[in-house]
Design a protein around this ligand. Structure first.
Ligand code: NAD
Ligand code: MG
Length: 406
């Protein structure tokens, strides 16, 4: 299949997708393919799945394709040339940054997983692009620096994480801006919904023996492995709490996590007059992706209409912190501020990687994060190089502790 993009309109927006071979990347391309008169693809990227990237290039014919390794770049460039494409192959973080900053690119979908997404996502903000933010780790690591870059350049920041997209939709205009103020617009609380993941009702003593497959099998969402494990520990909700604080200029106490196992209400905003506004929909990331692409308009995303009658009942309950210690750690890290959220993020990434590699147990993910965060004294953050240093130190400490466990 080849998508025939129209070139006769000034309105056509050039889109770069950082992490196009992942779950969010593939969903983004699915939405874009439905609207060839609105969007063209400027850049695509992959870490290691070069074959998938090549197939995407054949269909979407981007100007750039970026990969992590020089060796893969050579292979891909050769295959593209043989297929008659003049897509330029870029390498490494610098390649991702170049794609994100390129003049032909209007919108950047930040869909790389983890800390690897920070620099290119920040580059997109600094270049004043519309940033469709799926990579929550950028905000967790460098919230102040990232938001300052957005406000200084006038970049448009559209949250793609389903919860933050729902909050954005339920807030007045200007909820992501330098002068955002929850009290001034009558917001009492943000109600951040969480499915509770696959272990919501598992006896706590059984959490020490759950397998990687069980942890990655999310009941409602089809996602990458790292975020799936984060959902099972609820570190994902913790990272989202931090993300929401930065996006909407909220304090941690202004955000209430609500367990909503059905994942139909994607989050809510509680106003002082007693109104609660919510966004509902089937759990399919193409809805927030289409919203971010088309905002302030609405376009077809390919997602089925929500069938309320077949759902019948929606349930809500408070989270249990002893079942989900990672959620408590995120509140503590955000309260401590400064470098603490970046430390928590780095420790968690290392712990999740060790769990996925079979080196530690599921319940030890929280233990690693708690150990590393507990030993850290928060420092004020003033530069990205400082964030990267803090991140590296936290990873070293996490791996030292992981060795004592495995
Ligand atoms: P995924 O693992 O499916 O895909 C990750 C993408 O990042 C892939 O394209 C991969 O090639 C690329 N990548 C990985 N490591 C890289 C590296 N070191 N350098 C360059 N590229 C690298 O992940 P996903 O589920 O699509 O999640 C992507 C981001 O979106 C994450 O930050 C996640 O928290 C967020 N998010 C995902 C969902 C979802 O439903 N999947 C929902 C909300 C937020
Ligand atoms: Mg989410």
């Amino acid at each position: 299949m080849t998508v025939n993009f129209s070139t006769d309109s000034d309105q056509i927006k050039g889109v770069t997708i950082l992490g196009s071979t992942g779950s969010i990347g593939v969903s983004t391309l699915d939405v874009i393919a439905r609207h060839p008169k609105r969007y063209s693809v400027v850049g695509l990227s992959a870490n290691s799945r070069i074959d998938v990237l090549f197939e995407q290039c054949l269909i979407f014919q981007p100007i750039f394709a970026a990969v992590t390794e020089e060796r893969d770049a050579k292979t891909l460039a050769h295959k593209l040339k043989s297929a008659g494409l003049d897509t330029q192959v870029l390498v490494g973080e610098q390649g991702l940054v170049q794609m994100a900053e390129n003049k032909q690119c209007d919108y950047v979908m930040a869909a790389i997983v983890g800390a690897a997404g920070l620099q290119p996502t920040l580059a997109a903000a600094r270049a004043g692009k519309r940033v469709l933010l799926a990579n929550k780790e950028s905000l967790v690591m460098a919230g102040r620096l990232f938001m300052d870059a957005v406000f200084e350049t006038g970049a448009e920041l559209l949250p793609i994480d389903s919860e933050h997209n729902a909050i954005f939709q339920s807030m007045p205009l200007g909820s992501v801006s330098a002068d955002a103020n929850l009290l001034a617009v009558g917001v009492r609380k943000i109600l951040l919904t969480a499915s509770g993941g696959p272990f919501l009702n598992t006896p706590i003593e059984e959490l020490s023996s759950v397998t990687v497959e069980q942890a990655c099998a999310h009941p409602n969402w089809d996602m990458g492995r790292k975020i799936s494990v984060d959902s099972a520990t609820m570190m994902n909700k913790g990272l989202e709490l931090i993300e929401a604080c930065w996006l909407f200029n909220a304090r941690p106490q202004q955000i209430q996590v609500v367990i909503h196992a059905e994942s139909i209400v994607h989050s809510m905003v509680d106003y002082v007059d007693g109104s609660v506004l919510a966004q509902l929909g089937n759990p399919d990331m193409r809805t927030p992706i289409a919203y971010g692409l088309a905002w302030p308009e609405r376009i077809d995303s390919g997602v089925n209409a929500l069938d309320l009658f077949s759902l019948g009942t929606l349930t809500f309950k408070p989270p249990e912190f002893d079942r989900f210690p990672c959620l408590r750690l995120a509140y503590e890290a955000m309260e401590a501020g400064g470098s603490s959220p970046a430390v928590l993020n780095a420790a968690n990434e290392e712990a999740v990687a060790a769990f996925l590699a079979g080196q530690i147990r599921f319940d030890q993910i929280a233990q690693v994060s708690e150990e590393v965060l507990g030993a850290h004294s928060s420092e004020a953050i003033s530069s990205i190089s400082q964030v990267l240093q803090v991140d590296e130190q936290a990873r070293i400490k996490a791996n030292q502790f992981i060795k004592t466990l495995s």
